[in-house]
Structures are given as structure tokens and as C-alpha cells.
Write a protein that binds this ligand. Structure first.
Ligand SMILES: [Zn+2]
Length: 399
């Protein structure tokens, strides 16, 4: 795509038009003029310029009874493409979307062990390059690619502090150099939140709280329709709120964090303790034979309605709902979305969360807040990575 000069007087207008069409799909010149508070000739002039750059194209005519049928304009899906990489526990998912958000290529479950080493970073770059070679668009057509990384990430500076901080240079710059496509990085939960917001059915909501209930607990905030980053990009560390007077050491080094009682790691620890104390379960034999059990084994047992695992999931939901009630009181959101791998247990996790959230939040505040499960499931991260790359590319390019 031909670039609109950054900082030019037309850049802000181009950005408003692009974001309008990203939100609404297609629209007539008259409607666009009304929504952007501009005259029809002005909008017409901008659309002509953007059509000449191949960004905008006519999508058809507005169906209406009688009279003229005005042309509908929208984004040209082939104008440019965006990539996303989502690092999960033991695997990586990757995708490329066109400008309008349709999936061009997506691949999941590629084995990858994420470690804070140069070798692990090199392997990640090799996997991304291998994937990009299979995508039916050239790398030069991919305007930007976002990599989701867990832990502390500063998307503005491109530094990651929990993983791949083995060199002095910002991680985003290292990845850009190795992959040959502009790369940005973001926190994995924030990307999942934005993925749900843009690719799920939440576009009419202004304020959304997304909770990633996986091995740890993360929180992604969409406030007034925008991703909330905080001062240095570290917002959303909900899991490390000190909420319990217990003696359990969290992986952050402190004790009593929310994660120590309400997360995948808490579920795992509690189950092992119960089995060690002689409780029975469908996976007790497996645990005793191997000396350990994986989170996937536990989730599988929940799917088979193992009573001990169901009891522990319910306990975790109650604890989580209690602290999420505080989020409702603080943010008064339209929607709270429960995502992450534990959300695969469906109502077994959702119902206790719902009851506790209602019980512990203020009645008037929670009355119109929806509490629901993630719609995208395992795809939230990778699709979120792609749409974060897209938003940031236009924000950065046209600001
Ligand atoms: Zn912690």
C-alpha cells in the first residue's frame, strides 16, 4: 500500500476514514460525511485520493426503494495484510489477515517451548519465517506483525521483560531484523482482549474487562473503545494483586497473590494436595503413577465430569468472581469476558464466577454488566495479535 505521509495534514483524516470502515465495514459518502462531521465534497475528495492509493474501493450500491442508489465504499481487503503470533504453553499459533480482517492463512499447535534464551528466540524466528513462506502473499505486503508474549511487555518501546530479554536491543527491533517484516510486541492477555473485542460481537460495547484464566491470571481492559495500556504498558496484572493471607509463593516471588488461589496453577496445586491426602478422582491413578499431572489432564477430567475436579473448578470460580466484583465496582463495564484455557470448562467456571460477582459487587453497578464466556476460545490470542498489528500500524503511520 502506498503510504500516506506521516504527520501530513491528510493523515488524521485518512486515519478517521480507515477506522470508520474498520468499524462499520462499508458506508455511503453521505453517511460518512455525517459521522465524521464533514461536508460531502470534502469526504468525496478524500475517498478519491484514497481510492487512487488502492486503500478504498466501491463495494456496491445501497439497496433502497426508489430514487438513486448511492455507492457504498469500503476498504480494499488486498491493500495490505497483518500478521499475528501467539505463544502458548508448549505451542505457537500464527495467522495472517487481510485489511478487512478475513483470515488468509492460520496455523495452530506448532510445537515451541518458550524460554528466556537466545536459542529459543532464534527458534521462534525460524518458525515465523517458515510460516510466512507458506502464506500466499509476499512479506512486503505484510504491513506489520504482532507477537504476543506473556508477562511484562512495553509495546511502545518494544521491550519484553519476562521473556527474550537476553539482548540490550528492544525485542521488537530484533524480531523485525530477523523476520524482514515490521514487528511489534504486546502482552498476550491484552491481545486476547482486543481479539475478542474486534473479532467477537462486542464492537458496540465501550468498556470491556477480559480475564485470561490460564496457568496464571491476566486482565485486558478496553476502556472507551480503546485498549488500555497504563503508563508503561504493564496494566492488567490482576493475578498479582495480594489478596490472600496464605503461605503460597507465587511465581512472581511474592506470596498471597490472587493467582495462588484462583488460576490454573492453583487448580493444579489444590488437586495434587487433595490426591496426596487420599482423595479419589478419575485421574488419581495417573497422578500416582507419574508423580504429576498436567493442566490438560485436569481439564479433560472436568470434561468427563470428575467430581473432585468439578469441585475445585467451582471453588476457583467463586474466588475469582469475588475479586472480579471489585473490577465491576471500579470500571462499571458493559461486559466481562471470561477467557483462557480454564474457560473451556464452560458453565462449571462461569456460573460460580457469575454468582460471586453479583454477590460482591454493588447492585446498581452490576445490574447492566454482562458476564460471558470468550467467543473465540483458543483463537482469541492469534486473531488479537493480527488486529493489534493492524490498529497500531494505522495509529503509528498516520499520527
Ligand atoms: Zn504473584
Amino acid at each position: 500500500m502506498t503510504r500516506i505521509e506521516k504527520g501530513s495534514k491528510n493523515a488524521l483524516m485518512a486515519k478517521r476514514i480507515i477506522f470508520h470502515y474498520l468499524n462499520y465495514g462499508h458506508d455511503t459518502i453521505a453517511n460518512l460525511a455525517k459521522k465524521l462531521n464533514l461536508s460531502v465534497p470534502t469526504v468525496n475528495k478524500f475517498l478519491e485520493e484514497m481510492a487512487a492509493l488502492d486503500i478504498i474501493k466501491v463495494k456496491g450500491k445501497l439497496e433502497m426503494s426508489g430514487g438513486r442508489h448511492p455507492a457504498l465504499y469500503g476498504l480494499n481487503p488486498k491493500a495490505c495484510y497483518f500478521g499475528g503470533v501467539d505463544i502458548k504453553n508448549g505451542t505457537v499459533s500464527m495467522a495472517v489477515l487481510d485489511l478487512c480482517g478475513s483470515v488468509v492463512t492460520k496455523t495452530d499447535n506448532i510445537p515451541f517451548v518458550c524460554e528466556n534464551t537466545t536459542e529459543s528466540l532464534d527458534e521462534l524466528c525460524r518458525l515465523i519465517c517458515e510460516f510466512l513462506d507458506t502464506v500466499p502473499v509476499s512479506r512486503s505486503a505484510i504491513m506489520s506483525l504482532n507477537v504476543n508474549i506473556s508477562g511484562r511487555v512495553n509495546p511502545r518501546t518494544g521491550y519484553s521483560y519476562s521473556y527474550f530479554n537476553v539482548q540490550d536491543q528492544p525485542l521488537a527491533d530484533i524480531l523485525t531484523g530477523k523476520i524482514g517484516v515490521h514487528v511489534c510486541i504486546d502482552n498476550d492477555t491484552r491481545a486476547m482482549a482486543y481479539g475478542e473485542y474486534v473479532c467477537g460481537s462486542y464492537r458496540n460495547d465501550r468498556n470491556v474487562v477480559f480475564v485470561n484464566v490460564s496457568w496464571g491470571i491476566g486482565l485486558g481492559l478496553i476502556l472507551d473503545g480503546k485498549v488500555f495500556y497504563g503508563n508503561s504498558g504493564f496494566s492488567g496484572e490482576f493475578g498479582h494483586m495480594v489478596t490472600y493471607d496464605n503461605e503460597v509463593i507465587c511465581h512472581c516471588g511474592k506470596k498471597g497473590c490472587l493467582e495462588t488461589e484462583a488460576s490454573g496453577s492453583a487448580l493444579h496445586r489444590k488437586l495434587c494436595q487433595r490426591l496426596d491426602a487420599g482423595a479419589n478422582s478419575l485421574i488419581a491413578d495417573r497422578y500416582r503413577a507419574n508423580g504429576d499431572i498436567t493442566l490438560d489432564d485436569i481439564l479433560d477430567a472436568v470434561a468427563r465430569e470428575d467430581l473432585l475436579c468439578l469441585e475445585l473448578i467451582e471453588e476457583i470460580g467463586q474466588q475469582l468472581g469475588r475479586w472480579l466484583a471489585g473490577m465491576i465496582n471500579i470500571f462499571n463495564p458493559d461486559t466481562v469476558i471470561i477467557g483462557g484455557v480454564l474457560a473451556n470448562t464452560g458453565d462449571y467456571l462461569l456460573q460460580p464466577i457469575r454468582v460471586a460477582m453479583r454477590r460482591y459487587s454493588l447492585n446498581l453497578v452490576n445490574k447492566d454488566t454482562k458476564i460471558c464466556l470468550s467467543q473465540l476460545g483458543a483463537d482469541a490470542g492469534v486473531l488479537g495479535a493480527c488486529v493489534i498489528a493492524r490498529s497500531r500500524a494505522f495509529e503509528d503511520m498516520l499520527e
